[in-house]
Design a binder for this molecule. Structure first.
Ligand code: NI
Length: 180
């Protein structure tokens, strides 16, 4: 068990471009995967990217948490470890929704994302991953893969005023209150 510290906005390591993984059998990569799993479980995140725990490699982990309360009708996202991802938008449509990030704790902002998306890469065993997804699943993948290019969701706000602290946004009726 190795729960790592999640870096927060302002740490320059979140702004680096992460490097391509050359060898999925590298023992350091095996340890990174365990650490991502342990840290994401400890933080109850929807996803986590290696740069968020200070490792500049193109590795993201997401899904596996069951249906999302914000998209109750959307299929649950399977737990996915994705290495060297390549994203291809499917069509011109975008969708706006509120996002948060473990590296931007306590805040939410409205972010436009591609509605439909194909993502490709390899999993932790070196097997190919190739999926076409939409909605919340597509959003999570775009958010996590942005971390690999040093981007965080506040960089992509559609409107700089559509951003704030969770209790204030809930009080203003801008985001649904989360049941205690
Ligand atoms: Ni994030």
């Amino acid at each position: 068990m190795a729960v790592r510290t999640v870096l927060r906005l302002g740490d320059p390591r979140l702004r680096q471009r992460a490097q391509v993984v050359a060898d999925v059998r590298d023992p350091a990569l095996r340890q990174l995967i365990v650490d991502l799993e342990d840290t994401m479980a400890a933080c109850s995140g929807a996803g986590l990217a290696a740069p968020q725990i200070g490792v500049p490699l193109r590795v993201v982990l997401f899904g596996g948490g069951g249906p999302n309360p914000r998209y109750p009708d959307a299929p649950a996202i399977p737990r996915t470890l994705l290495i060297n991802p390549v994203l291809t938008p499917l069509g011109p449509e975008r969708e706006e929704a509120w996002e948060g990030c473990l590296s931007v704790p306590g805040l939410r902002g409205r972010v436009p994302r591609w509605l439909r998306l194909r993502y490709q890469g390899i999993d932790g065993e070196g097997q190919p991953v190739d999926r076409s997804v939409e909605g919340f699943h597509a959003r999570v993948v775009q958010h996590e893969c942005d971390h690999l290019d040093g981007l965080l969701f506040p960089d992509r706000l559609s409107d700089p005023t559509a951003f704030g602290f969770i209790p204030e946004l809930e009080a203003a009726g801008l985001i649904p209150a989360v049941p205690a």
